[in-house]
Ligand binder design. Structure first.
Ligand code: AHR
Length: 531
């Protein structure tokens, strides 16, 4: 993310509350759009890690959102809130990236282990200047990922730490209990080595992570890739820790070139198993788009910007293909999502925003783009899991509400580890002022049980779409699933009204020429097709 100023220095951003002019009335669908699913031409696996999450020590993302402390009156298991765990279990979060973000390059793990009373209180210099109590540290994070049934993606501090500090951290997590590091972990309550599946080698080293040139970063990164070892005996073969290097900022190819050239020339002593890409949908910098009460012009511009993810991935994938034609190194989009103006009366450094039906549409469109690039994009992390940016969940003390984006992740569960199946259709055009966008988007996939799934997004906020779906090589006689929509594209769920944007049952009709799906304006539909 290119910033004019550092986050802490960012001034309070005015929330642009444009007069809501979004039309609620529905116009006519027009002639049906023929959509053909090519069931005989299976593509790559849509890795479940595409549905990963990101939890940074930022605002109330961790403190309040995940961690309330063991003595809290909010129901918790060892300090971790039960309602949030239950909600996250339901969307089968494949991995959680932690502790940052920019925070990671100033994080010192030793501050966050051992008896709580002895933990150092520090300042979160990146995010709002709040006091970081370090009560949620390594053991609490590993407990959290265990409770939600996920994998740990730990980002080590390259910017202000050392190779030794990072090596000792992963040693603490993974070493045999017979070693001093393992004994320390056991004394802190966990004799068995933890599983650290993913290791982030720094964060945004082109900016908040140390403002390094691509070559300077590459040299540093190799030392971390070499010496930060995972000692867990169960992590060999397919379970081996995957090292993810810092990659490009948006469209800048410099890191992609430098890191991939180095990877191509690596010897036995080091390697990487992923290259990170960060790209937010911001509508310019600093982000000024409102998370509620926006008009249709703002909606169309933001959706147009988010669709740029496709070209961005294609650009970096083409560079990666030069060095790695076998696509061994995945592109890991480990920060993405809508970054909007902070809510009024909140600390601007806490990146608190509401989450509307528009954001759910943005999420679906991005997930579709990732699925279409599944041969190269095998992991992504939406920013961020709770209370920050495009969150799954919002909390306020004991209250919790699921966002429209959460519902998309739940509806897309059948796509985790499913086989991409090509679809062809003429998307038509949604026009708003100068902005012209495809009116609908769709992906299909076959799950491990052989069931065929179709996801259709109608991004036109006014016009329903009539889809006539056919499946090659097989017959689909019916389809049922869910639809996510609301009366307005800026509709949100609140603690007082949590069910404004929630999935409802959806059924397609069998017609003479195929399945007829009546897709409402501004909606996401996911259905299973049945013979
Ligand atoms: O997600 C918020 C911030 O965005 C992260 O800390 C940083 O990596 C990025 O710029």
């Amino acid at each position: 993310m290119i910033r004019a100023t550092r986050p802490l220095a960012a001034c309070v951003l005015a929330v642009v509350m444009a007069a809501p002019t979004l039309v609620q009335a529905q116009s006519k669908a027009g002639p049906p759009i023929a959509l053909r699913i090519d069931a005989g031409a299976p593509g790559p696996r849509i890795d479940r890690n595409i549905f990963g999450q990101f939890a940074e020590h930022l605002g109330t993302g961790v403190y309040g959102g995940v961690w309330v402390g063991k003595d809290s009156s909010i129901p918790n298991t060892r300090g971790i809130r039960k309602d949030v765990v239950e909600a996250l279990r339901a969307i089968k979060v494949p991995n959680v990236r932690w502790p940052g973000g920019c925070f990671a390059d100033e994080y010192h793990w030793r501050h966050g282990v051992g008896p709580t009373a002895n933990r150092r209180k520090t300042i979160n210099s990146n995010w709002g200047g709040s006091v970081e109590p370090n009560t949620f540290g390594t053991d609490e994070f590993m407990d959290f990922v265990d409770q939600i049934g996920s994998e740990a993606y730990v980002s080590v501090n390259i910017g202000s730490g050392s190779v030794q500090e990072a090596a000792e951290w992963i040693e603490y997590m993974t070493a045999d209990p017979a070693t001093t590091a393992g004994q320390e972990r056991a004394a802190n309550g966990h004799p068995a080595p933890y599983k650290v599946k993913y290791l982030g080698l720094g964060n945004e080293s082109w900016s908040c992570g140390g403002a390094m040139t691509p070559d300077a970063y590459t040299d540093e990164m190799k030392r971390y890739a070499r010496f930060v070892r995972n000692y867990n005996p169960k992590q060999s073969g397919a379970e081996a820790m995957q090292r993810i290097a810092v990659g490009p900022n948006q469209g800048d190819p410099a890191y992609t070139e430098a890191v991939m050239a180095a990877q191509k020339g690596h010897d036995w002593a080091w390697n990487i198993e992923g290259l990170s890409l960060h790209s937010y949908t911001t509508g310019g910098w600093p982000p000024s788009y409102a998370s509620q009460g926006f008009d249709e012009a703002a909606y169309a511009k933001l959706v147009q910007e988010t669709l740029g993810m496709d070209g961005l991935i294609a650009k970096h994938a083409a560079i990666m293909d030069k060095y790695d034609p076998e696509k061994k190194v995945p592109l890991v989009v480990d920060e993405w999502g809508v970054w909007l103006a902070p809510l009024e009366d909140t600390n601007p450094g806490f990146l608190a925003q509401q989450n509307s039906l528009r954001d759910a549409i943005v999420a679906a469109l991005n997930l579709n783009i990732f699925a279409r690039h599944a041969d190269r994009v095998r992991m992504t992390n939406i920013a961020q899991m709770i209370n920050v940016l495009q969150a799954m969940i919002l909390t306020d003390k004991d209250k919790m509400v699921l966002t429209p984006t959460y519902h998309v992740y739940k509806m897309y569960l059948p796509f985790q580890d499913a086989t991409f199946t090509p679809v062809s259709f003429d998307a038509g055009t949604y026009a708003q002022g100068d902005v012209k966008l495809p009116r609908v988007d769709a992906i299909a996939a076959r799950d491990a049980q052989g069931k065929l799934w179709l996801a259709v997004t109608n991004l036109d906020p006014v016009r329903p779409a009539s889809i006539l779906a056919s499946v090659s090589g097989t017959k689909a006689a019916s389809a049922h699933g869910q639809v996510l929509t609301a009366s307005r594209v800026d509709a949100v769920n609140t603690f007082q009204a949590p069910g404004v944007v929630t999935p409802k049952p959806f059924t397609a009709k069998a017609g003479r020429d195929g399945l007829e799906l009546d897709i409402p304006a501004k909606s996401i539909v996911v259905v299973q097709l049945e013979p």
